[in-house]
Design a protein around this ligand. Structure first.
Ligand SMILES: Cc1ncc(COP(=O)(O)O)c(C=O)c1O
Length: 392
């Protein structure tokens, strides 16, 4: 069919530059080892931090929900698609997050989009870290609010933006809790102090902190003892929680407002019963199996040290998200390909996901990995890195 030649040209250019990627289907369940192209490899690219994607208790909850309620809901939440279990789960989530209320969206992406696009008008301003996730950027693009971008985790730059925006009705500072490509943690205590000084609101996207940081994985706000001082906490149910979805934990007022104005919430069908039941069971797992988070951090320390001892640059990471910095986009993909040859699946991340020239192989260990698997992966990194001249 004719008409897409202009798109094909761009794809051909990416192929010439070595940055075109095929999707890579897994032929097994997610786990510390997965099967790809018939080969068993160590998985270092998932967000399955705690290994919950196949936790028996969650699988059982999903199966029972399928059996009892069927596989779909048949409607958006505001018309006929709210099951009692959706409400019960939100109540449990709010309690877990120590907030007044919580509201679940279809994904973390639509949560950011829905919140930012609906609560800000042209009288308001959003002040955003320059390395915030694409879903925050897209949410901001959908508002008529003023926009200010501050330098990455730079509090002077944030304060300047606050000083310049005194005339707006509401000033909303928005930041990732853990930055998804670098693994560093936002300086939330300083951000909150500045927000309080300038009477601004704070929104934190804890996609990579949910289930990872804070007591039982409550996130960065709890990690920094800031309960009650951050206005909006966004989390995802799709990474450490192991299932699918996003949520806002905040006040009843914000929840009620989003039910009426949050467009992805209003105009997209609710989660199937199995998803909600598995998410609900995941909160019990977080509360009752804290050893999973301990194991995640133990593995993280072991693997990070191993990479650093080999001579790799792991940037400014403080969490299980550990980038192996390469720089050149094509070389980044070459490292990823070489690792695959060596039995390790670790994807290269390049422009436009990160800035040009900042290519990296991003690794995330999980609580499921054994030390033997991690050592095997480190050995593979050593061989591949030397072969490509990335380390000596
Ligand atoms: C910081 C951040 N926010 C939001 C999302 C989107 O979450 P979800 O996968 O649940 O849509 C991601 C996922 O990549 C993320 O890293």
């Amino acid at each position: 069919m004719k008409g897409f030649e202009y798109l094909q040209e761009q794809l051909d250019e990416m192929k010439d530059q070595g940055t075109f990627r095929e999707l890579i289907p897994l032929e097994s369940a997610q786990g510390s080892k997965v099967t790809i192209k018939g080969k068993e490899v160590i998985q270092l690219s998932s967000n399955n931090y705690l290994g919950l994607t196949s936790h028996p208790r969650m699988v059982k909850a999903a199966e029972e929900a399928n059996e009892k309620y069927g596989v779909g809901t048949g409607s958006v939440r505001t018309i006929a698609g709210t099951l009692q279990m959706h409400e019960d789960f939100e109540e449990k989530l709010a309690k877990f997050k120590h907030t007044e209320a919580a509201l679940v969206f279809q994904s973390g992406f639509t949560t950011n989009q829905g919140v930012l696009s609906s609560i800000l008008g042209k009288e308001d301003v959003v002040i955003s870290d320059e390395l915030n996730h694409a879903s925050i950027i897209d949410g901001i693009r959908l508002t008529k609010a003023g926009r200010k971008i501050y330098k990455h985790v730079d509090m002077e730059s944030l304060e300047e933006a606050l000083k310049e925006s005194g005339d707006f009705r509401t000033r909303l500072i928005v930041t990732d809790g853990v930055f998804s490509m670098d693994g560093n943690i936002a300086p939330l205590p300083e951000i909150v102090e500045l927000a309080e000084k300038y009477d601004a609101l704070v929104m934190v996207d804890d996609a990579h902190a949910s289930g990872v940081l804070g007591d039982n994985g409550r996130g960065t706000v709890n990690h920094f003892n800031l309960d009650g001082r951050v206005h909006i906490q966004v989390g995802t149910l799709s990474k450490a929680i192991g299932v699918l979805g996003g949520y806002v934990a905040s006040t009843q007022t914000l929840k009620d407002y989003l039910i009426h104005k949050g467009r992805p919430f209003l105009f997209s069908t609710s989660h199937p019963p199995a998803v909600t039941a598995a998410n609900d069971a995941a909160i019990d797992v977080l509360l009752e199996e804290p050893e999973l988070i301990e194991k995640l951090w133990d593995n993280t320390k072991f693997f990070k040290k191993g990479l650093e001892d080999l001579g790799f640059d792991t940037g400014i990471s403080e969490t299980p998200v550990t980038p192996v910095m390469v720089g050149d986009d094509a070389l980044t993909h070459k490292l990823s390909d070489q690792l695959f040859e060596e039995g390790v699946f670790a994807q290269g991340i390049v422009f436009p996901t990160v800035q040009r020239g900042m290519g990296r192989v991003r690794t995330i260990v999980t609580a499921e990995h054994s030390k033997e698997e991690l050592q095997e992966a480190l050995d593979a990194f050593g061989r591949a890195g030397k072969k490509l001249g990335i380390i000596k």
